[in-house]
Design a binder for this molecule. Structure first.
Ligand code: SIN
Length: 310
């Protein structure tokens, strides 16, 4: 066991880092680059039943504080990622598959195929894509989320995780966590997807910066770090039987450390990976190692959830 060793669902990871689904993971070339990187694991682009071109471009825009996107789930269709998962060498590193069906029926069809393939790939069910016009985020509709988890738990009947949107009210943390706690197959919770339906305006051009949805899109990067940490910690406190994957605002080893303190077992990297490429994982691991050593920690497990309150 090394300083950065991590564990999720009883699986060992060389370190806690992986990509956020959607970033550097749409095709085999990108996935292979993550596999070859210093990330401890990696995840495929959220897939749908059939391939999607996604929303019109420009659909991603970076600012000094992060990014806005309205990609609209461009992906190669679930058989492509299932085929990738079939050929992956799991001894090299664990692989997650992100699933984002446009309906309950689509999710059940994809999960039936993934279950039948009987692979070690770990499913993260995306309940929080803010960018498909006419399709609200499932996890903001607690009745729809419950119906989804009931059906998926029956169909898939294996441990899986859920990718959640950010919540902003204690009552919503309580209610969402209570729902998740009713489903023992939901063994990890990924917090957070982008903060949906934000608007970035260029004052020079007096214009929005992305084309879909009149410029509305999900924001990530520095904009979202405190919201991400709050959600990680809120679900860590409320879901003691589940593990948390932190996602949001990570561009330094110190940010990874904050996610671990808040309760994350693994930490995903989105906007900063988009800008810096897969070499970011070696830098983040080096920064995290140096920070842990300076503070006298012998493992990331001894950091996890150790956030102090005043
Ligand atoms: C997208 O493809 O629009 C991003 C996916 C997501 O935010 O869940």
């Amino acid at each position: 066991m090394s300083l950065l060793s991590a564990s999720l669902l009883g699986i060992d990871f060389a370190n806690p880092l992986l990509n956020a689904s959607g970033v550097w993971c749409r095709d085999k070339a990108e996935l292979d680059a993550l596999n070859a990187s210093a990330a401890g694991s990696f995840i495929t682009k959220s897939c749908t039943l059939v391939p999607r071109a996604g929303n019109p471009e420009p659909r991603y825009y970076a600012t000094p504080l992060g990014s806005i996107n309205s990609m609209g789930l461009p992906n190669e269709g679930y058989p492509y990622y299932l085929d990738y998962a079939r050929h992956h060498d799991y001894r090299a590193k664990p692989l997650f598959m992100s699933v984002a069906g446009l309906s309950l029926a689509d999710n059940l069809a994809m999960l039936a195929a993934i279950r039948a393939a009987d692979l070690p790939a770990i499913v993260e069910l995306n309940l929080s894509c803010p960018n498909v016009p006419g399709k609200p985020q499932i996890a903001y509709d607690f009745a729809a989320m419950t119906e989804m988890l009931e059906a998926v738990s029956l169909e898939y009947a294996r441990p899986f995780g859920v990718k959640m949107p950010p919540y902003f009210d204690i009552a919503h943390f309580d209610e969402a966590a209570a729902i998740l706690n009713r489903f023992p197959h939901v063994t990890f919770v990924t917090c957070i997807n982008s903060i949906g339906n934000a608007l970035i305006i260029d004052p020079e051009t007096e214009s929005v910066v992305i084309k879909p949805k009149e410029g509305f899109g999900g924001i990530g990067g520095d904009y979202v770090l405190p919201t991400a940490l709050a959600n990680v910690n809120a679900f860590y406190r409320r879901c003691p039987g589940k593990q948390i994957i932190g996602c949001g605002g990570v561009s330094t080893g110190e940010h990874v450390f904050m996610h671990l303190l808040a309760g994350a077992s693994l930490v995903q990297v989105g906007s900063a990976l988009y800008e810096e490429g897969p070499a970011i994982f070696a830098r983040l691991n080096a920064e995290l190692s140096a920070l842990l050593e300076r503070k006298g920690y012998a493992s990331i497990e001894s950091v996890r959830g150790k956030l102090r309150t005043l």
